[in-house]
Structures are given as C-alpha cells and as structure tokens.
Design a binder for this molecule. Structure first.
Ligand code: NI
Length: 172
C-alpha cells in the first residue's frame, strides 16, 4: 500500500474519459488499496483513478462522519442505472481543485451497478451525501469536474486561478 500523487487542475488528464477494467485481479485490488490510502490521507471522501493519473474506471468513497466507523466502498466500472427526479444540492469540493467549493445540484438518489474488488456484480441504492459523492466520482471517469456544473463565469475564474498557480510553480 502506498500514497499516490493527486493530479491537480489544469492537468489535461482530468478532461479525459477512463476505460473499463476487463479483469479484476490482485493488481486491481492493490490499486484500490492505494486509492483508499491516498483518499484518507488527503483527507477526502471520494477519489477516482484518473485523479492519481490512471484512466481506468475505478472510484473509492467513504462518507462516514469522522466519529463513525469507516465505510469504504470501491466501485469498479460503475454505471448509474436510475436517477431520481428529486434533486438535492450540496457544497462540493474536489481533491484535484483544492480549497475550492461551490453548490452543485444533482439527482438526490441514484441506483448504481458496479463490480466490487473481488469482481462480484453489485447494485447499490445511494442517497444523501453518498449519492452526490458517487455522481461526482463517476463524472471524473467521464472527464467531468464539479466546476463543469456551475456557471461559466465562476468556472472560468477558478480555471484561471489554477492555470496561474501552475505557471508560477513551473517558474520556481
Ligand atoms: Ni473530485
């Protein structure tokens, strides 16, 4: 198990679509372990493989509160098969867009099919923060960031800030 570096905006890989896993083996399980380690260490409540530079369809989430036992969920090849008409709004952030938060509206409940780390086919009904978090991470697998769900004006401002920061870092 080891910590991986997290890719930060405006890295272009974040805009790319991830490919499905064809088989789930020990290497895939080791990757899931690294993703959990990296997410907990950040700390964050969700992480997609693209955020550690791998264009593969895996996400990890844990929305348990700090004083509650951990509830790690790893989804491989996740697919939203149903979304509620009812919407909910959460203030979202992203480990690839540090210290940036904004309100995003998404379906309040979803049903997701995926494979777990043993390769078993699973289906899960998600609501509340878990529904938002899973949708945010599945978006990552399709090259979509939470800032793509906010106004263009705000999005452009955030991107500009990160482009500038990346340039300054390159000079130093
Ligand atoms: Ni994110």
């Amino acid at each position: 198990m080891s910590l991986r570096d997290i890719v930060i905006l405006p890295d272009n890989i974040l805009k790319q679509t991830s490919a499905p896993f064809e088989k789930i083996d020990a290497d895939v399980r080791a990757l899931a372990d690294d993703m959990f380690d990296t997410m907990y260490h950040a700390p964050g409540i969700g992480l997609a493989a693209v955020q550690i530079g791998l264009l593969q369809r895996m996400l990890v989430v844990d929305v348990a509160k700090e004083d509650e036992p951990r509830e790690p969920i790893c989804m491989i090849n996740p697919k939203i098969v149903w979304s509620s008409e009812e919407l909910s709004e959460y203030e979202e952030g992203c480990l690839s867009i540090p210290e940036t938060y904004d309100l995003v509206t998404r379906p309040a409940e979803i049903k997701v099919t995926y494979q777990d780390r043993e390769g078993a086919n699973c289906e899960r009904h998600c609501e509340g923060l878990l529904a938002t978090c899973v949708q945010h991470e599945i978006d990552h697998l399709d090259g979509i960031l939470f800032i793509d769900h906010i106004s263009r004006l705000k999005r452009d401002r955030i991107i500009k800030k990160f482009v500038k920061a990346a340039k300054q870092k390159a000079i130093m």
